[in-house]
Design a protein around this ligand. Structure first.
Ligand code: IPM
Ligand code: MG
Length: 405
């Protein structure tokens, strides 16, 4: 069977579609454009390279976007802005106002990674991670799509047995702007016994559950039509409401088969029999954990992209891996998750499906040629660095190869 990187999911429907805000140029044609037909489309993209390996992978993804655009009649206007630890070093805050403003004014945002040892002991408001939460909140991107697809070329890279990993294609739909990450009250205090206490609040309003549930049902509908809602409704009130609301929204989607699972069981089932899952919807913190777990089934977290979408405005696209400070600046990072995030940007953010497919095919073609960064290397393949991997993807984009897998 032909395998593809497509996540079996068409651009999001009007229920939660970001406004692609296609800024079609009045100029009928630009000389820098290689595509001969159709009007030149122009989009502004905010690039947030961030920290660690972020700048390396963003630089590769930018080149891939540029070349793909030139072949598809799309012109990108890139603006790089500081965020995370690099912004802390530069201006003393993890998300400068100018960065958020630029992001809001663009058509889509592509983020590398943030964080590093250097800032680990900073006060919370001065942590790079706080900048990430602030931009998610600022862009109101409540729906986080994290596909985990096991590619035939990389089955051996999975830590699970071949028969368990082969063919896995899971989409985790994570609620991204609510729950315990943002809930109040939160903080530190001293209790009546003089004991220091840290506390957070897991809280969901019905509207927050309803809107993420709709995103998830729409997503499942375009995949295999099966949605598993993951919660802890045997213990937590917020989860009890979650289950009730998801069940109510299910009535709008009679064609989607809904099931519910407690999060501890879901964590176990993901490694026991991941193929039972099609689309998973869950809250912010469970989604954080389960998406890391799902990513490992695919062999490397270095392969997985993500899209964060709101009901309007630009989406935020980022690889789900972190800043990997241990390999930063050594040309060892795997740029494929960021390149695939650029493909998600085209598909979900700008509705440029053909351009997205061109990138996905180029990634498959590059893997078919046996090129591997260290994280996905296995005997018999060719070990390459971040730049060489990027150059190979560029060559594939250029040659318009449609990889048959
Ligand atoms: C993720 C990360 C972030 C999160 C951190 C860096 C704040 O783990 O995107 O999954 O917890 O959401
Ligand atoms: Mg995480």
């Amino acid at each position: 069977m032909a395998a593809s990187l497509r996540i079996n999911c068409k651009p999001v429907s009007t229920a939660f579609r970001v406004n692609p805000a296609s800024k079609c140029s009045r100029r009928p044609f630009s000389v820098s454009c290689a595509a001969a037909n159709g009007p030149q489309k122009r989009y502004s993209i905010t690039l947030l390279p961030g920290d660690g390996i972020g700048p390396e992978v963003i630089s590769v993804a930018k080149d891939v976007l540029k070349l793909t655009g030139s072949l598809e009649g799309i012109e990108f206007n890139f603006q790089e802005m500081p965020m995370g630890g690099s912004a802390l070093d530069l201006v003393g805050v993890p998300l400068p106002d100018e960065t958020l403003a630029a992001a809001k004014n663009s058509d889509a945002v592509l983020l590398g990674a943030i964080g590093g040892y250097k800032w680990d002991n900073n006060a919370k408001h001065l942590k790079p991670e706080t900048g990430l939460l602030q931009i998610r909140e600022g862009l109101k991107v409540f729906a986080n799509l994290r596909p985990a697809t096991v590619l035939p070329q990389l089955v051996e890279a999975s830590t699970l047995k071949r028969e368990v990993a082969e063919g896995v294609d899971v989409m985790v739909v994570r609620e991204l702007t609510g729950g315990i990450y943002f809930g109040k009250p939160r903080g530190f205090r001293t209790d009546e016994n003089g004991e220091e206490v840290g506390f957070n609040t897991e809280v969901y309003a019905a509207y927050e559950i309803d809107r993420i549930a709709r995103v998830a049902f729409e997503t499942a509908r375009k995949r295999q039509g099966r949605l598993c809602s993951v919660d802890k409704a045997n213990v937590l009130e917020a989860s009890m409401l979650w289950r009730r609301r998801v069940t109510a929204i299910a009535e709008e989607y009679p064609d989607v088969e809904l099931s519910h699972m407690y999060v501890d069981n879901a964590a176990m089932q993901l490694v026991r029999n991941p193929k039972q899952f099609d689309t998973i919807v869950t809250n912010n913190i469970f989604g954080d954990i389960l998406s890391d777990e799902a990513s490992m089934i695919t062999g490397s977290i270095g392969m997985l992209p993500s899209a964060s979408l709101g009901s309007s405005g630009p989406g935020l696209f980022e690889p789900i891996h972190g800043s990997a400070p241990d390999i930063a600046g050594q040309d060892k990072a795997n740029p494929l998750a960021t390149i695939l995030s650029a493909a998600m940007l085209l598909k979900y953010g700008l509705e440029e499906e053909d351009a997205a497919r061109r990138i996905e095919n180029a990634v498959l073609d590059t893997l078919n040629k046996g090129l591997r960064t260290g994280d996905i290397y296995s005997t018999g393949t060719k070990l390459v660095g971040c730049k060489e991997m990027g150059e190979a993807v560029l060559r594939s984009v250029d040659s318009q190869v449609h990889a048959a897998v």
